[in-house]
Design a protein around this ligand. Structure first.
Ligand SMILES: [Zn+2]
Length: 453
């Protein structure tokens, strides 16, 4: 498609035309999960948003021209703490949670990134980066720790619009005896007791979290690349620190050209957090909803806006998909999605705008011919919806029914008996009863068929 892609760039805080460094080799790095606890719905939003951006970039520049890197943080203080609390060895915990994370990605129908590096496989790169930073006097060693000296980096605060002096003055971080400034952040820290460690010139220890992403993005995408993504909560300090480390260690002026951040998910307008006790795990939602329902719900608001999560939203999305599946057809040949239909996605991933296009295509398809249905199905599939055949979608719904198939058939038989006796009142009562349990019955050509509402 000839049309340009626009993105909201947090660096500079404005919507900008996307100009890749090399259109044949586009790089996107997205901060992946820290694998210490079961993934929740807040983790799912960036997964889906950047999956869609990956699709849009591939559509414009070609499948082979886009490299998408999403890391796995498998060493971090949170992991160590969680391992102690759960009494599970770290290696087992991170393996389990990574497995769950991948299951959730499948459930949400997200494509696998081009590379998915683990922090623990790249410790040597992090150590090299610390060497460079110490050499350039951007970092200093102090009591087996290595810290980044934020005062040395003039542009510190460029992404989050913060000023170094204000930060230091307003710091609530207690000045630890071994830091020059309270806001200096850790690049390397010693491991104590049974904590996992790697050998380094500064003693046995492990890297700071921020450094992991700087090292892994460099490995796969080079010193300067196109897009860096993540949740908005990562802007400060995580992304600010990534910029500082990468620019100083690589001696470059640019790290990522476009910073794309998704907004939060709230629950009944309150921020989701562990302390509020309103964390919704994906594994729990899985029992009730098809992954496509979550996917549609998560793209119902623009990524830069907060999204309020509630049962009503889920029910509406389920209803929409039920309706859309009536126009689902198998698409064998290559049908191309129309340029015009893609316009909202090119314009800063306007997913609500694209959903409006899908509704229009559906309206055309429901009274149209097979070609209209093919176009509609193709457009839905582009964004990862109607990803399963209709039977699978229906089977999933049957799984959640509060009544067995045997009981449904027995009720239908009772209703037919009542109708034969012209006892329409009882027949209607049975139909209503089934309706309340999610079953719709229809009489066609002397036969009664049932389907899930
Ligand atoms: Zn990161």
């Amino acid at each position: 498609m000839n049309k340009d892609i626009f993105l909201s760039n947090s660096l500079g805080n404005k919507k900008e035309k996307f100009n890749p460094i090399d259109p044949k080799n586009i790089g996107m790095y997205v901060c992946g999960p820290t694998v210490y606890d079961d993934p929740h719905i807040g983790n799912a939003r960036p997964l889906i948003i950047f999956d869609i951006l990956f699709k849009v970039l591939k559509c414009k520049y070609g499948t082979k021209s886009v490299t998408y890197v999403r890391n796995i943080t498998d060493i971090d203080d949170k992991i160590i703490k969680s391992s102690e609390e759960k009494k599970i060895p770290i290696a087992e915990l991170t393996l389990n949670i990574t497995k769950k994370f991948h299951e959730d990605c499948n459930y949400l129908n997200c494509e696998t990134p081009t590379h998915e590096p683990k922090a623990t496989d790249n410790i040597d790169l992090m150590i090299n980066m610390i060497h460079e930073l110490i050499k350039g006097e951007y970092a200093y060693e102090s009591e087996k720790h290595v810290y980044f000296k934020i005062k040395k980096f003039r542009n510190y605060g460029v992404l989050s619009n913060k000023n170094v002096d204000d930060l230091i003055a307003g710091s609530r971080v207690e000045l630890s005896e071994n830091k020059d400034n309270p806001e200096d952040f850790v690049l390397w820290k010693p491991s104590i007791g049974t904590e996992p460690f790697w050998d380094s010139p500064w003693g046995k220890g492990r890297p700071g979290w921020h450094l992991e992403c700087s090292a892994m993005s460099k490995k796969y995408l080079g010193n300067t690349f196109d897009i860096h993504g993540g949740g908005r909560d990562l802007i400060f300090p995580h992304h600010e620190n990534e910029i500082a480390q990468s620019l100083c260690a690589n001696k470059t002026k640019k790290f990522a050209n476009y910073w794309v951040h998704n907004n939060f998910i709230t629950m009944s307008n309150e921020k989701m957090s562990k302390s509020q006790g309103n964390i919704l795990k994906i594994s729990d939602l899985k029992k009730k909803y098809n992954g496509q329902v979550l996917r549609l719900a998560l793209i119902s608001a623009h990524y830069s806006q907060p999204l309020d999560w509630n049962e009503k939203l889920m029910d509406e999305c389920e209803k929409t998909l039920n309706k859309w599946y009536n126009c689902y057809v198998t698409v064998d040949k290559k049908i191309l999605i129309q340029d015009n239909d893609l316009k909202p996605l090119y314009d800063d991933l306007n997913t609500p705008g694209f959903i409006a296009v899908l509704h229009e295509l559906f309206d055309k398809a429901k009274d149209g011919d097979r070609k209209d249905k093919e176009l509609f199905t193709t457009a839905c599939k582009f964004i990862g919806l109607l990803s399963q055949p209709k039977e699978e979608w229906n089977n999933f719904k049957k799984r959640n029914l509060k009544i067995s198939e045997k009981d449904i058939l027995s009720k239908i038989s009772q209703r037919n008996d009542a109708r034969a006796k012209k006892d329409y009142q009882s027949a209607d009562k049975i139909r209503d009863e089934l309706f309340d349990k999610g079953i719709l019955i229809e009489d066609e050509d002397g036969k009664t068929i049932w389907k899930v509402k």
